[in-house]
Structure formats: C-alpha cells, structure tokens
Design a protein around this ligand. Structure first.
Ligand code: GSF
Length: 165
C-alpha cells in the first residue's frame, strides 16, 4: 500500500504514526496538495492529503477512515478498543484533536493572506476554538499517562500530532 501525503500534514502524520506503531509496511509518496498540477485530486475528489492507495488501486481518505482500516487489517497493537463506550471515548478524543488541528490550519492559511485580506473576526473565532479544544484535550487526559490509563491508543497519537503541529 502507498500513503500519499505531505510531510507537514498533521493528519498525514497521524496515519504515519499508526502505520509505524502497527508495523505495517508502506510506500510513501510525498505530494503537495496545494500545487495546481497536484495528483491528489485524481486520488481524492476533495483534493486533500493523506490518501492511502491500496494494492487494488482503491483510494482511502480521510485520515479517520484510513486509521480505522489500518487498525482492522493488523492484529499488532490495537489502537482502537472494541468495547463500544471505550471506543467512542477514543474516537471522541481523536475528533477533538483533529478539530483543534482544523482550527490551527485555518489560522495558518488565513495568516498567509495579505493583511488587507485577513478577517480579524475569523482569526479570533479560530483562536478561541483552538484554545477551548486544547483545554478540553488537557482536561480529558487529567493526570493519567495515557487517555486510556494503561495503554497508548489512537487518542494519544491524535493528540500528540495535534500538539506537534
Ligand atoms: C483533513 C485533511 C486536510 O485538510 C483528514 O484527512 O483528516 N479531515 C481531513 N489536508 C490538508 C493538508 S493539511 O492541512 O494537513 C490538505 O490536503 N489541503 C488541501 C486543500 O486543498 O484543502
């Protein structure tokens, strides 16, 4: 299988960490989705990375769908628990972490625009989301070493990639 991503993408990083933790061999194809001649839209109609291309040519996106698939195909180090409520908690932290990343990406893109084009209201909105989200990530972890107490799960990987970004 081949992972198509940019090396700076926090969502792509989450998938790369999962691939490595689960010891799944993969090819890496580095692509910049923002370039006008990018191949990414031919793999994902949304034009976004990461995309996982399977042996039979099927393209899988987005990162949450990819990590779910990867966790199912290998029994090595399960990252998404089976018990429904625990599973919901782990996926919930992932959704929160991804949401914080979305706000951080939105801030980054807005700040790349010229000062005249930037919307201060939009920047404030995204900043508030970002800080609320980080606070909620911190509260959910509390004093525990991992979100699920004894084991590292997808929740910890997603949170780590968000904080890294
Ligand atoms: C987000 C992917 C994304 O926004 C996921 O896979 O989890 N919910 C999706 N990717 C960005 C790159 S980055 O900010 O990581 C992307 O490919 N943007 C290109 C575009 O045209 O929006």
């Amino acid at each position: 299988m081949k992972l198509v991503t940019s090396l700076t993408s926090p969502y792509g990083r989450k998938v790369r960490v999962v691939l490595l933790e689960k010891k799944i061999p993969f090819q890496l194809q580095v692509e910049n989705p923002w370039l006008p001649d990018s191949v990414v839209p031919s793999l994902n109609p949304l034009g976004k990375v990461p995309v996982l291309v399977l042996e039979d040519g099927v393209s899988v996106f987005d990162s949450r769908v990819i990590v779910e698939y990867l966790d199912h195909i290998s029994p090595v180090g399960h990252l998404i628990p089976a018990e429904p409520k625990v599973r919901m908690g782990v996926r919930g932290v992932e959704a929160l972490a991804d949401g914080v990343t979305d706000a951080a990406v939105a801030l980054y893109l807005e700040r790349k625009r010229t000062p005249e084009q930037q919307s201060s209201g939009w920047l404030v909105l995204q900043e508030k989301t970002l800080f609320r989200g980080v606070e909620a990530l911190s509260e959910a972890l509390g004093e525990k070493p991992w979100y699920l107490d004894k084991n590292m799960t997808l929740a910890d990987i997603a949170c780590g990639c968000t904080l890294g970004y």
